[in-house]
Design a binder for this molecule. Structure first.
Ligand SMILES: Cc1cc2nc3c(=O)[nH]c(=O)nc-3n(C[C@H](O)[C@H](O)[C@H](O)COP(=O)(O)OP(=O)(O)OC[C@H]3O[C@@H](n4cnc5c(N)ncnc54)[C@H](O)[C@@H]3O)c2cc1C
Length: 603
């Protein structure tokens, strides 16, 4: 084996978004040495893009809110296939995590009496999202980063981990490379926390940044961990659709929380047309009531624009398919209309939604205080991910923990907006705490040189091919294929075809070539991401085939209804010894009576 630079830590955290930073802070506070690795510069993780807010039942704006209502909302939103224990811990601990963030310096928007302001969001019964205008992620990252850098954490920026290293069954390190110079590095650790975020770049239209190539999902899967509920990919209802250069960029749900309405080309507010049975009692049945809700009237019910994302996305697709879409193939999202109700509407919109105002002004030449936006669904988030113990966040591989978007269980079939940022804080903290505990109880393990040699050889192989395919072409074809065949509306035939195409793309990925050398070579980075994208694409497709029903984010045209039996199971995937992907259905853990009662009481 070549002589690679090697670093040693008690706990290695892979990923420096909200989850990774929070895990690193907690592990470091427990007195162990911590290394933090990220693909880009510290502070540039995807979390920084988060807009609308952090969901936590602080009850600052509506004193009827509490953890029980938040728990019930999360379970209803997830259509009851959530891991109930994670949803319970999340709802109970989120308020404390938000207050802690404030104590560390986060400057939230305020109520008149100086408490953290909370806004309405889809699927949340009460105003629950602590926010900083529509730039909440930026404030969260800034605060965690400020706090973290004073804890003595060693940060390895612009490093990509390519493989996890094991000693027998236990994870004992990671092998990766420095992106600038292309030099390989070894990280030895007693425990590892994966916090690598999502998979959005497996699709053509996405709100996700270049970093979202499913690395953590794939690293864990290859190391023997299980993936859970991979079929549940969230298509956010409102991404930009025009001009083409901005396709997929997110338009925060905060627009609808502040009173924004969805209309079709006839100018009709179509969301009133179909309100799901389990939300009927909570949803306004007229426009007047919906507006009063957005203005804080506690006796009003929320407007149908604030139904869950899965439902809103499908209603938009229906309007477009039936010929009532906007001129560029979306629908209209209108916040400008509130000037009929508020004297200072333009100022109000600019103050509450500053990023949205600038985003549309600069990218689409639209003034959202005067004109409607054109929007359509965009791939946004994956509810599925690494299967972890709800309390400790450890996967089935000893020493391997996961938190944030790459871990799964809390959201079930659909995530409520705002529940990700709180998930990062709650489970990031837990992952850091239990990884530190594991590190204290275990010593550094032995690492096999053979594995390192194999990974290094495979990584460098594309430089040796003179006439291979362009990696960007393979990546583009995969994204197009997933968008067309495993998107918002799914069928058995299309997904079977997708599996065949994935096999073909895998073969093509093995033949890609890159020009130049290892230094500053984005083409090479793309090759190395491809393997992960292909693994998660296969996992999504196989899980979606296995779930022969429509539930939450999974809509099967060939099985349009819910199946009660499938409402009691999760899909679980693992790598077979021979390398093939096994999918099985596993019964959900039995929910204790006190939680069942909470759900009943909040129906
Ligand atoms: C535009 C937008 C707005 C959003 N708004 C909200 C909101 O208002 N509220 C809400 O709750 N959620 C929101 N979300 C979702 C939420 O932002 C994400 O789910 C969340 O930030 C994920 O955080 P994370 O810590 O899991 O991952 P990230 O913040 O993405 O961090 C991942 C880290 O892993 C690193 N990494 C990845 N692969 C590797 C590798 N192989 N080696 C080394 N490092 C690696 C990356 O460099 C990065 O540092 C939004 C998402 C988008 C796209």
């Amino acid at each position: 084996m070549a002589d690679y630079e090697t670093h040693e830590h008690d706990v290695l955290v892979i990923g420096a978004g909200g989850a990774g930073l929070r895990a690193a802070i907690e592990a470091s506070a427990a007195g162990v040495s911590v290394g933090l690795v990220c693909k880009s510069l510290l502070g540039k993780a995807h979390t920084v893009m988060a807009e609308g807010g952090i969901a936590a039942a602080l009850a600052n704006v509506d004193d009827r809110d509490n953890w029980k209502v938040h728990f019930a909302d999360t379970m209803r939103g997830g259509q009851y296939v959530n891991q109930w224990r994670m949803a319970e811990l999340h709802a109970k601990e989120a308020p404390e995590r938000v207050r802690e963030l404030e104590a560390w310096g986060a400057v939230f928007d305020r109520t008149k009496d100086g408490r953290i302001l909370q806004r309405n969001f889809g699927g949340h019964k009460y105003p629950r999202l602590a926010h900083v205008g529509d730039r909440t992620g930026l404030e969260m990252i800034r605060t965690l980063q400020d706090h973290g850098v004073h804890q003595g954490i060693d940060v390895y920026m612009e490093h990509t981990i390519l493989s996890l290293l094991k000693d027998d069954n236990r994870v004992v390190g990671a092998f990766g490379y420095e992106r600038e110079r292309g030099r390989f590095k070894i990280f030895r650790a007693k425990a590892i926390v994966l916090a690598t975020g999502g998979i959005g770049r497996a699709y053509k239209i996405t709100s996700n940044s270049w970093e979202y190539t499913g690395d953590g999902h794939s690293l864990a899967y290859e190391a023997g961990a299980e993936l859970i509920d991979m079929e549940f990919v969230q298509f956010h209802p409102t991404g930009m659709v025009w001009p083409p250069s901005v396709m997929g960029i997110l338009v925060t749900e905060g627009v609808r929380g502040e009173g924004g309405i969805l209309t079709n080309k006839e100018g009709r507010r179509f969301m009133f047309d179909e309100i799901p049975e389990n939300y009927k009692t909570q949803t306004a049945d007229n426009e007047e009531e919906g507006w009063r809700y957005c203005q804080g009237d506690k006796n009003a019910r929320r407007p149908p624009e604030l139904l869950t994302r899965d439902h809103v996305s499908r209603c938009i697709v229906r309007e477009i398919k039936e010929g009532r879409g906007s001129s560029h193939g979306g629908v209209y999202l209108d916040i400008a209309w509130i000037k009929q109700r508020l004297p200072n509407a333009a100022e109000y919109i600019k103050r509450k939604l500053p990023s949205m105002y600038h985003q549309f002004k600069q990218l689409a030449d639209i003034d959202i205080t005067e004109q409607a936006m054109e929007v359509g669904p965009t791939t946004h988030y994956i509810m599925g991910g690494i299967h972890v113990d709800p309390d400790t966040q450890m996967s089935r591989v000893p020493g391997l923990f996961a938190a944030g978007e790459c871990a799964a269980g809390i959201n079930g079939a659909n995530r409520l907006g705002g529940n990700s940022l709180s998930d990062l804080l709650v489970f990031g903290k837990r992952a850091g705490e239990f990884a530190a505990k594991f590190a204290k109880e275990n010593s550094l393990g032995k690492m096999g040189n053979d594995k390192i040699d194999i990974v290094a050889r495979e990584a460098l192989a594309p430089f040796e091919r003179s006439d291979g395919e362009n990696p960007y072409q393979v990546q583009g074809d995969l994204q197009e294929m997933m968008q067309d065949n495993v998107g918002i509306v799914r069928t058995e035939d299309e997904m079977r075809m997708a599996l065949a195409k994935i096999d073909n793309l895998k073969a093509r990925a093995e033949r890609v070539a890159v020009a130049g050398n290892r230094e500053y070579n984005p083409g090479w980075h793309t090759v190395l991401d491809l393997k992960n994208l292909l693994t998660v694409s296969e996992a999504i497709t196989r899980a979606a085939l296995k779930r022969k029903e429509s539930r939450g984010a999974q809509f099967r045209e060939d099985y349009p209804d819910k199946d009660d039996a499938l409402g009691k199971v999760n899909t679980i995937m693992r790598r077979e010894d021979g390398g093939s992907m096994e999918v099985r259905l596993e019964p959900l853990p039995e929910m204790p009576d006190y939680l069942k009662r909470i759900i009943e009481e909040n129906k």
